[in-house]
Design a protein around this ligand. Structure first.
Ligand code: DGL
Length: 271
């Protein structure tokens, strides 16, 4: 047993989709969540910038004595995984891409899989590689969705929001055209607007939530290391961000359906 917290980070609200799944699956686990809101969005940054920003986040989480780190950000996972593993100095670091790719590869019936993701994740080609490693004949359609994260961080997450619906329609059109039966929400922000995305896709399209998929892998990894927390106790929840504390609390509570007790603001550049 290891009762230390799990560290989880994202550029902002997106990683809360993994938090929601973790709280449901393993309410006994303590965690420290960091939204690097001062530097969001990450979606159009270069691999070098992403390695530097992710390094600050890893060092902050290590300073909170975490037992493992879930990188609840596809953009960091796809562009900076090797750097993060080095910086974590032996603390396990898990990303979100392999679990989501595995769920899609095992679920698709037609082999036609679409990935909605940030521009940097699409540019990295990480999803194509992960999917083809499992299903070589897969036809993968990757669509960059640069308008979604700024809309979600700006509070435009209501499924009837006109700006959100217009953006979603533009990104869903190539997915419909490709005839994908499975769509990976390859950015942890996107499940927050799942209803809007679903309404723009062909009926019956299966959606894969990358944050939720990775929580299963994380818990399996902790179990294999005999490092799960104390199942008889309620886990402690700590939330940090690097700017716009009120936004994280307000928009986060709307998505999670429960309030964060408090959100502390940190100077991420110090770590
Ligand atoms: N939620 C993140 C991801 O999964 C980052 C999005 C962004 O900041 O652009 O890619």
């Amino acid at each position: 047993m290891d009762t230390r917290p799990i560290g989880i980070f994202d550029s902002g609200l997106g990683g809360l989709t993994a938090v929601g799944a973790l709280v449901k699956a393993a309410p006994w686990e303590s965690f420290v969540y960091l939204g690097d809101t001062a530097n969001a969005p990450y979606g159009d940054r270069t691999p070098a910038e992403l390695a530097a920003l992710s390094g600050h986040n890893i060092r902050f989480l290590l300073s909170r004595n975490v037992k493992a780190i879930l990188v609840a950000c596809n953009t960091s996972t796809s562009n900076a995984m090797d750097a993060m593993v080095r910086q974590a100095r032996g603390t396990p670091v898990l990303g979100v891409i392999s679990a989501a790719a595995a769920e899609a590869a095992s679920g698709t019936k037609t082999g036609r899989i679409a990935v909605l993701a940030t521009a940097a994740t699409v540019r990295s080609g990480a999803y194509e590689r992960a999917i083809r490693a499992l299903l070589p004949e897969a036809e993968v359609t990757a669509v960059a969705c640069p308008r979604l994260v700024p809309l979600i961080e700006g509070g435009h997450a209501d499924p009837s929001d006109p700006a959100l619906l217009a953006a979603v329609e533009a990104y869903a059109a190539p997915v419909r055209q490709a005839g994908a039966d499975t769509v990976i929400l390859g950015c942890t922000h996107y499940p927050i607007v799942r209803a809007a995305i679903e309404s723009a896709l062909a009926p019956g399209t299966a959606l894969v939530d990358s944050g939720a998929a990775s929580v299963g892998t994380l818990l399996a990894e902790l179990s294999a290391r005999d490092a799960l927390g104390d199942k008889k106790s309620a886990g402690a929840r700590q939330f940090f961000c690097s700017a716009r504390r009120e936004d994280l609390a307000r928009h986060g509570a709307a998505f999670l359906g429960w309030q964060m007790e408090r959100v502390d603001q940190i100077d991420i550049g110090r770590f």
